[in-house]
Design a protein around this ligand. Structure first.
Ligand SMILES: [Zn+2]
Length: 165
């Protein structure tokens, strides 16, 4: 259902190789099942490595349930190439302890697949995750749409402070 190729949004992306109707289970986010503590350890190590090397890397640790994470680094996990968008055409669903990428609208052939990475807003490090999606409402950073209000309030506060001084 999908092809992996260079993306205009970021690095490599996943594209629909045919028309996909709404509510279709497109691809499973597969990888190594690891305990949460191990997942946290790997995430920290990778983030540190990328900050030091200035290489753009990805962490690929996905929360499966309260105990386990999926480390999606292996090359067989094609789902890791799906990019974030502020106006995504897919979403992540946990179905029977499996992570699935499911369409939330009709996707045309050759359209890039995207979902909301669900990053919570953190005023210390949001600037590390620039969003280059082509959505009209792109907020500029990779932040879960559930947390956009927090981000906008943060920006508002900065602007108010500047105007006062
Ligand atoms: Zn965006």
């Amino acid at each position: 259902m999908l092809t992996i190729k260079k993306s205009k949004l970021h690095g490599t992306g996943a594209f629909a190789s045919r028309k996909i109707s709404k509510n279709t289970k497109i691809i499973q986010y597969r990888g190594e099942k690891i305990r949460r503590s191990e997942g946290n350890k790997r995430s920290e190590q990778r983030i540190k490595k990328y900050l030091n090397s200035k290489d753009k890397g990805s962490v690929y640790i996905f929360e499966l349930n309260s105990k386990y994470d999926i480390d999606g680094t292996p090359s067989y996990n094609k789902a890791k190439f799906i990019n974030h968008s502020c106006e995504p055409n897919c979403e992540v669903e946990i179905i029977n302890d499996e992570i699935w990428i499911t369409s939330i609208k009709t996707i045309m052939k050759n359209e890039e697949l995207t979902y909301d990475y669900g990053y919570s807003f953190d005023k210390e490090d949001y600037k590390d995750h620039i969003c280059n999606c082509d959505a009209k409402n792109c907020i500029g950073y990779i932040i879960s749409s559930d947390e956009w209000n927090k981000f906008l309030n943060h920006i508002k506060k900065i602007v108010t402070k500047r105007n006062k001084s």
